[in-house]
Design a protein around this ligand. Structure first.
Ligand code: HAM
Length: 426
């Protein structure tokens, strides 16, 4: 039997209802905060990711699904969404109408990492990106928005980690100090980091190899190298977070695994996922729009790991499964043909109906209605049709009522609407 590719998964009915609920909650909250949905392609030119995420990052070096297209060079299954959203902002000159734009996008990403709990090769992200706003208030507002989102979804035990990577000016001085430190610590570093310490020293701070992690404890802190403007910006982010009552930890090693970040970076971490403890990550990327050929516009965003969120929420998919409002139990050919018409009419009217098209016995149909959790069963038998009425059984109270068959769909809709929504019509 052909099985799934390692690191990929199916999201089955029974699980998918929770995913749908999370997606609905995200859309509603993000739109209330002024974000609009943007849908971007899954395939992009490989160069887009190499230029934005950075050639010397793990993602670009080892994890991208890149293959040659027939005519157009190398193409890549997107490992993240930010680069594509920036490309779209530039390509469609969205900044010309208004440089301030807020987007969200939800969908699958692909990274060829070693699969483990909370780490997949196809995973899903909920992204938000803001363009054209320099103010540190937006940095704090995004973290506030993520925390509100998690609390709506009954996720607890989270910790916000923040850092500032400064601007290119402060980064230059820091890189010099870091390079001096790294050359002294060279023997303790892994082979990748020995190379990185020359080409892109910041990446060493991010390495997950234990010996590198240990060596980095003594590394200089970027926060000691921030210029006055970046210090002010970071202080204002912290002040705003305090105003929102969001506890945070300053994490000077939080450089994130992508090269485009400037100034504020953040991660929301959980204690309940083992090594894969980040459920969301983001930060500013004030120079990326310009680097990719657009105007000089600041930007900031984040991505929430959808799969990880599903694993840590207390919500259960079963609570979001919609059970049938009514089960039509038809007995005999003529009844089936009438019940079939009603079955379709219920669907059109927004009533969730089920009909056993296999024409089994009443007993087995009742069993199935019970198993599906139907609210009502409508018994459509030969005798009932001859008498011009059908029997409606309330599956909770077990009460049975005979209802004349004229306008039956409308009558039942009224009963169900009344039960589900009081007297308010849908
Ligand atoms: P990232 O930290 O690479 O950032 O990913 C964001 C989140 O996606 C992580 O915190 C994690 O929850 C989830 N994630 C990442 N890789 C995997 C995986 N292999 N399996 C399951 N979940 C995973 C970005 O992608 C940036 N584009 C975020 C951003 C948006 N920065 C600015 N705007």
């Amino acid at each position: 039997m052909i099985q799934l590719i390692r690191g990929f998964k199916d999201i089955l009915p029974g699980e998918v209802e929770l995913w749908q609920h999370i997606e609905k909650t995200a859309r509603s909250l993000f739109e209330d905060f002024g974000f609009k949905e943007i849908r971007i392609p899954i395939l992009e030119h490989a160069e887009l990711f190499a230029r934005s995420i950075g050639e010397d990052t793990d993602i670009v070096e080892k994890e991208m699904y890149t293959f040659p297209d027939k005519k157009r060079g190398l193409i890549t299954l997107r490992p993240e969404a930010t680069a594509s959203v920036v490309r779209a902002y530039i390509q469609h000159t969205l900044y010309a109408k208004d440089p301030i734009q807020k987007f969200y996008t939800i969908g699958p990403m692909f990274r060829r990492e070693r699969p483990q709990k909370g780490r997949y090769r196809q995973f899903y992200q909920i992204n938000a990106e803001v363009f054209g706003i320099d103010s540190p208030l937006i940095d704090a507002q995004l973290i506030f928005m993520i925390m509100t989102f998690f609390s709506r979804l009954s996720v607890t035990g989270l910790e916000a980690h923040i850092n500032s990577l400064g601007c290119h000016k402060c980064r230059r001085n820091f890189k010099d100090a870091l390079s001096v430190f790294l050359s002294a610590a060279s023997e303790k570093l892994c082979t990748d980091c020995k190379r990185r310490s020359l080409r892109n020293p910041l990446r060493v701070l991010d390495c997950k190899v234990p010996s590198c992690k240990e060596a980095m404890v003594e590394a200089p802190s970027i926060l000691d190298y921030l210029c006055p403007e970046c210090t002010m910006h970071f202080n204002a982010v912290k002040d705003a977070l305090k105003k929102f009552n969001i506890p945070f930890v300053i994490d000077r090693l939080l450089v994130r695994g992508l090269d485009y970040y400037t100034r504020t970076t953040f991660e929301i971490q959980t204690g309940s996922l083992g090594a894969q403890n980040a459920v969301a990550g983001g930060g500013r990327y004030d120079t990326l729009v310009k680097t990719l050929g657009g105007p000089d516009q600041p930007a900031i965003g984040f991505a929430i790991g959808f799969d990880r969120l599903v694993e840590i929420t207390d919500l259960k998919s079963a609570d979001f499964v919609r059970k049938p409002d009514i089960f039509l139990a038809a007995l005999g050919e003529k009844s089936m043909s009438i019940a079939f018409e009603w079955f379709c009419a219920f669907g059109v009217d927004g009533i969730k109906a089920e009909l056993d098209l296999n024409g089994r016995s009443l007993k087995s149909q009742m069993k199935r209605a019970d198993k599906l959790g139907a609210g009502y069963v409508l018994i459509v038998g030969k005798k009932e049709l001859e008498e011009g009425s059908v029997i409606l059984r309330n599956m909770t109270t077990k009460e049975q009522t005979a209802i004349p068959i004229d306008n039956i769909v409308e009558k039942i809709k009224k009963i169900i609407d009344h039960e589900l929504h009081g007297y308010i019509k849908r």
